[in-house]
Design a protein. Sequence first.
Lengths: 413, 260
Amino acid sequence: MFKAALTFLLFNSIILTSYSQSIDVCKACDVKTLTDAIAKSKPHNKIIIHKGTYYESDITIDKPLHIIGKNNPIIDGENKSYILIVKSDSVTVSGLTIKNPGQSYTKDYAAVLISQSNNFKFENNSLENVFFGYLLEKSHQGIITANKVSSNAVNQSSSGNGIHLWNCSNITISDNEVFNLRDGIYLEFVKESKILNNQSYNNMRYGLHFMFSNNNEYHNNTFKNNGAGVAVMFSKFIKMTGNTFTENWGTASYGLLLKEIYDAEIENNTFKENTIGINVEGSTRINYTKNNFISNGWSVKIAGACYTNNFKQNNFLNNSFDISYNSKMHDNKFNNNYWSSYTGYDLDKNGIGDVPYRPVKLFSYIVNKTPETIVLLRSLFVDIINFSEKVSPVFTPDELEDINPLMSPVLND
Amino acid sequence: MFKILKYSFYDLMRSSWSYVYFLFYLALGFVLLFLNNDVSKAVITLMNVIVVLTPLIGTIFGVMYYYNSREFTELLLAQPLKRSTIFIGQYLGVALSLSLSLIIGLGIPFLAYGLLQSNAIFNFTSLLLVGAFLTFIFVALAFNIALSHENKIKGFGYAILVWLFLAVIYDGLFLISLVMLQEYPLDKFSLIATMFNPIDLSRILVLLKLDISALLGYTGAVFQKFFGTNAGMLISFFVLLLWVILPALRIIYISKRKDF
């Protein structure tokens, strides 16, 4: 026992001494470049980069190191190639500004490439004018936090993603700001990861994009003015709570796109002023609870093959169309939602309307079939046909109704 | 002409009907703002009312005024006055007093609820402008109908029919034709079809400022491209102006040939 404790202490002190060793990099120091510093360092050393601009690219980190930027040093890749390439476990990088990696149609040049490494932490870095920002492949247990990733994407084919994960697991991406890219954050074959408190805006395609990524969570993010807010495709067991999707406007724009999703939870999100709040295709067993849909063109647009979805305690406020549905068959449930266009009454004063609410209007059915008819929105004739359809449904699925519509909005926190 | 305009105008201003009309809009404005206290949302509700109601009131008032003031008109015709001055003067008198009731009736409550501080002011002014245009258009149509029909019942019937056609039936036919022809590209067609109906045109003009997120989807883009630009706005206001001028010209044309 005593021996074990002694070895532990000894081991610790070795680590501590190697930790405490640090190499300074600056224009006037012995070590003038980061590449040089890495070559001279031992595992677990600290490298401190001081103020200045360093023109370097393809900097390969092949041992556990702690790289710290002091007074905002800039590493400029001069549009050549990758800038930082991390190939070792336990690397931390903070306080750097990394800009101008290469741009290519055949190679995914990134400001920071993290390849097959674990336990990394990237904090407070600023990645500017990037093709890809952070590119992670086959890496696990890492943290990317409080970074700012930006570019000036003009078209989709010649721009890259801000934070791109491929084949990773247990990654935490939090408090980052990503803008003017193709996809803000992109996940492909990623498991058990968390995306928290990020701001993703002005991206060409998606604010956040999931492909084949199961068991992930994203909470309290804001997606504003992207081509589409979030696209979740071919994934299972995703949790989405407390996110805000706003101003995703355009001819085919949505706050959230769900395609081939199973068993997801969508809770406490706010969808405001999007052309389409949620566009759902082929998604099954999804619970929508306590979300706010405010002033969207369409709150929820449901295309074919969606089964056993539950809408409970959501607020639908001032949307042009509440629900749009293109088939007659369905087994999705709407219960206890608040609809601002509900006109029923509550005689027993229990807070639940006595007549069911039909969220699919005849006009939304017609618009679905012939999009051009949207020009008749809010015309008196449309109000008349909507009313007659409400009285006796012919075209819209007649069992699609909220049996217990609420009389006042749900208070979401 | 100006004298007759002035006479018709004061005559109407003294009549209780224009007070009722004015008070109706005043009450509507205050109630709407009292209920949701949000100027921009009230503008949306107001649009629904204005687009349907101003044409209806315009037609009925126009027909009614013409038939009621027939004796006075005959008296004027005995005087050495040009026929066009008499009828255009009367027409402008009616249309102006109705528009004034609308603008003042809605203006007061909105000003009282802080329109000037809100960014809905542009939407609101375009709404009032559209309302005034609709009044001018439908009073002119009403005068046309009344001039061509001696029979009051017939005149009223046709006037209501014109309103019904433009407010409801036209949209129904429009919708049916869009659904029937859905295989074909319909952007241009729908753009042109809206131009032929002043109610549709004014609805879309206001709507593009309000429900923009829905309209931007799909075909909305075409409309946005057209109405969103200054040129599109100018063209659509020009079309509204044509809708005023053409019926007014026809009033002159008929009145010159009519045997009283």
